[in-house]
Design a protein around this ligand. Sequence first.
Ligand code: TRP
Length: 368
Amino acid sequence: MKVTPWEVSGNIDYNKLIKGFGVSKIDNKLLERIKKHTKELHFMLRRKIFFAHRDLNWILDEYEKENKFFLYTGRAPSGKIHIGHLQPWIFTKWLQDKFNVELLFQFPDEEKFLFKQKLSFEEGQKYLQDNMLDVIATGFDPKKTKFLIDTKHANLMYKEACRVAKKITFSMVKSSFGLNDKSNIGSIFYTSMQAVPAFLPSILKNKKIPCLIPHAIDQDPHFRLTRDILPKLGHYKPGSIQCSFLPPLQGIQGKMSSSSEISAIYTSDTEKEVERKIKKYAFSGGQTSLKEHKEKGGNPDIDVSFQWLKYLFEPNDKKLNKIETDYKSGSLLTGELKEILINKINTFLKKHRQKREKARKQINKFLD
Ligand code: TRP
């Protein structure tokens, strides 16, 4: 397996990642503690889709002492938004609502320009405009959410990024991100820009404010570095809460990727397109013949349609369990399971697209 901020592939062993990255598993005790504040647990917590963290107990200690945290997450525009991107955002919105906290959403519009040979700056700006609509459509509270665009808000960010950069050597970046002597110097500097939102509110409000970063586990190397540096600049280390990857259409290896058209469902896909992709590509844990399926049953653990219901589209545990039992017993067929998923996705995307249209008029609220 390979898990870096630029590449995720292979059969991902999350327990190995926990050890390798040095993050902590979210255990039942911590879940109970979260529940004390939120009253209920989001299905992504119940199902251990958000499975690891750094310093979440400390974040809650401070919260209980009325030192509220703010949330920080982000998206580097480089293509259209797919349902895998929405997964951590949906959870972040839930955290915002339950804890009633501010969110800083970063759009590092230079990141993918620096790291992807083919992406032009202009193309990146088009995706920035497009991606902001999907983020707004996720439902973040405009009164409590601010967008931070690296090139637009450079006046706020660059000075602070330099303070971070001065504490990071090239050899640290090489070992954390696998960069080398041939890497362009923009890519070497980049991580200092991703560190800034974790303490920018503390600078602007002139007091130390805890920061909680919800993100997919591949971003952890950035924040491991951030956590080393920030205390040296007189700031808190940020806490984080980390999720696993929504599997791509063709099978449960790696993660959904926007560079592979057939691995992803985009928020812009039509109902027909959704149906076609799921029917044609969604990897099935079912048996090859109807007779065999009825006898042996399917395997939900490797079935992408079932996994997507679990990760995103069937929040109701009872309903999900029934689907799982029926599939395992062979009474639910692959075609029927796919039909359930197609309906769920299309209902979801229909609403999402309506909110996305309304979002066009709202962008400015998130920018000032
Ligand atoms: N590097 C992330 C990406 O490739 C974008 C990002 C910036 C981010 N800041 C973040 C992601 C904070 C999660 C949390 O899309």
